[in-house]
Ligand binder design. Structure first.
Ligand code: DAH
Length: 343
């Protein structure tokens, strides 16, 4: 074979190979082209190489040199095509990610938490009492002795003021010069704070935390919540108190809620009663109540001859536990979602 013929064959091969590699749109097409041109057994390059043997002896070195150049050029063209196809593949994969987003599919539901059962209860109680015309008021959890005791007709010698019955704050009072301070033991403090600020009539509730150095058991905890109610007007009577508490019980427990009063004593009410509520035929003590003691009215500057009123204080955990069948008050504070998510 003449050298010119062989060289022309090589040129045609290189041209075909470059075109085929450039046309390959994906890895599969490129692999087919690779086998066609570079296949080890019967690729077209291999076939042309066989023709080398038929080239005139004198032309062999030149033919061999040219063959190697073309072989390298084909290999280079293949590598370039391979890189191009690979780049295209990753770009498509990236795009497909967003192409697969289907805005018509329903979304994955977000796992929502909810309010703690006690917070729900507080909201419920506010709502019920709001319907009866009671506005929610609040007061500080760190109190002075005037609001926690003295103005509530609890004199210095009263056993309720024993340091062992209270969480006194050792340094806070001294620092502010306000006298001894303690964590409030009852929300009755808010009665005083509201009456000091507002002339009668008064119709408020107050919900919040109170603190007592109790050992924790199924029915006690060193911190718990109370709902306090106070109504002051010209002719408020014990019958009004009973009506309000009965409506409260019926609203919170449903139609089967009942109340009963048992005689009792609190320094800030006269007469005083324990308030029991029954639901599903079981009586449970929910707190105390009574007609506001004239000494309390006088302490805030009201005229006991002009106005009278009633007050009550109930345990939020008590009413809530009764309604939801919670048998251990400590469950409220453990933050165990298995308990909390039930409500
Ligand atoms: N403060 C009382 C307590 O914590 C509960 C109470 C009783 C509140 C009678 C009142 C009331 O307003 O009139 O035990």
């Amino acid at each position: 074979m003449a050298l010119a013929e062989f060289v022309a064959e090589l040129a045609g091969l290189l041209d075909d190979a470059e075109k085929a590699f450039a046309a390959a749109g994906d890895a599969q097409a490129l692999e087919a082209a690779r086998i066609e041109f570079l296949g080890a057994k019967s690729g077209r390059l291999k076939n042309v190489q066989k023709g080398l043997a038929g080239v005139d002896k004198d032309d062999k070195p030149a033919a061999g040199k040219r063959f190697n150049e073309v072989k390298e050029a084909i290999a280079t063209a293949f590598e370039a095509a391979k890189e191009r196809v690979e780049r295209a593949r990753t770009a498509v994969a990236g795009r497909r990610g967003s192409e697969q987003f289907d805005p018509t599919l329903p979304g994955r539901p977000v796992r929502l938490g909810h309010l703690h059962l006690l917070t729900q209860t507080i909201e419920d109680l506010k709502e019920i009492m709001g319907r009866l015309g009671f506005t929610a008021a609040s007061g500080p959890e760190i109190e002075d002795e005037w609001h926690n005791f003295q103005a509530l007709n609890i004199p210095p010698a009263h056993p309720a003021r024993d340091p062992l019955e209270n969480f006194y704050l050792a340094t806070a009072g001294a620092a502010t010069g306000s006298g001894p301070l303690l964590l409030r033991t009852q929300t009755s403090t808010v009665q005083i704070r509201v009456m000091e600020q507002t002339p009668p009539p008064v119709r408020i509730i107050s919900l919040g935390r109170v603190y007592r150095p109790d050992t924790a058991d199924a029915t006690h905890y060193p911190m718990f919540h109370q709902i306090e109610g106070l109504l002051i007007d010209r002719h408020a009577t014990m019958a009004d108190l009973k009506s309000v508490l009965r409506l409260f019980a019926k609203s919170y427990f449903g139609g089967d809620g009942h109340i009963r009063f048992r005689p009792s004593f609190f320094p800030f009410t006269e007469p005083s009663v324990e308030v029991d509520m029954s639901w599903n035929e079981r009586w449970i003590e929910m707190g105390g109540a009574g007609m506001v003691d004239p000494n309390v009215l006088a302490a805030v500057g009201y005229d006991p001859e002009e106005v009278s009123g009633f007050a009550f204080g109930l345990g939020v955990e008590r009413v809530c536990a009764r309604r939801y069948g919670v048998t251990d008050i400590r469950e409220f504070y453990k933050n165990d979602v298995r308990f909390l998510e039930q409500f």
